[in-house]
Design a protein around this ligand. Structure first.
Ligand SMILES: [Zn+2]
Length: 239
């Protein structure tokens, strides 16, 4: 199994490379490139969120807690006094970060349902919907963000699988076949639930027509001239 640093590095490299192709082909502006690379890196961390001690798990629930706390702030701003508002915000954020994270951790097995392609599609579609409907991104930007998130996610699954091949002895380790899977084979009810959520998100998601149109306009020959652009994108992403 690959470690956190390897996952982040691989996701960063593959995303920067793909974003460089997209920038060359005119699909993405150079100025937006670091955003898409960062989506790829987030995607590269997501499959391990079900490992309770993992960094992605802690980061994700911290992020969710801050998000829920700010939502509570906006929702209750006008109806509570300053003191009670502050209390409510901390209560909501605390609830998400601790009891909810604990519950999630108890309900999931590492490399269970969240370590699958289906989960990757679920996270990507969720991002597309949140980005477009809640944060007002254009349909093209929302879909491209979802695609880069999925790309990082798939890189993670492949890397874990690759690490389960014992190269020195030419054998497969026991973990072979547990990393890259279509859905959580051991958890049928969880997978069915995830599949229905994916179906719901597909119905809800904005039309992907702008994405198809933009893809059809890409100048692929120019897109293949990579080397100079790749280093630009990578250095811009690393700040
Ligand atoms: Zn993993």
């Amino acid at each position: 199994m690959a470690n956190f640093k390897t996952h982040v590095g691989a996701a960063l490299g593959v995303s920067a490379f793909s974003v460089a192709i997209a920038v060359n082909g005119g699909l993405i502006e150079l100025a937006q490139s670091h955003w898409y690379v960062s989506m790829g890196v987030v995607g590269g961390m997501l499959p391990d969120i079900d490992a309770a001690k993992s960094r992605p798990f802690k980061h994700l629930f911290m992020g969710l807690a801050i998000w829920a706390g700010s939502l509570a702030w906006y929702a209750l701003e006008n109806s509570l006094s300053e003191k009670s508002l502050l209390l409510a915000v901390f209560a909501v954020a605390g609830f998400v970060r601790y009891p909810l994270a604990y519950l999630f951790q108890k309900m999931t097995v590492h490399r269970g349902v969240f370590h699958s392609l289906l989960a990757g599609i679920f996270f990507s579609l969720s991002l597309v919907c949140i980005w477009h409907y809640l944060l007002g991104a254009s349909r093209l930007d929302a879909w491209l963000s979802g695609i880069f998130l999925l790309l990082g996610f798939v890189v993670h699954l492949c890397l874990d699988e690759l690490f389960s091949v014992d190269l020195a002895n030419g054998r497969m380790k026991k973990s072979f076949g547990t990393a890259l899977k279509l859905y959580g084979y051991q958890n049928v009810s969880g997978s069915v639930l995830l599949l229905s959520l994916v179906a719901g998100l597909l119905i809800l998601a904005p039309s992907a027509a702008p994405l198809y149109k933009a893809l059809s306009l890409v100048d692929w020959i120019n897109a293949a001239e990579l080397v100079p652009r790749f280093s630009h994108v990578l250095s811009a992403s690393l700040g």
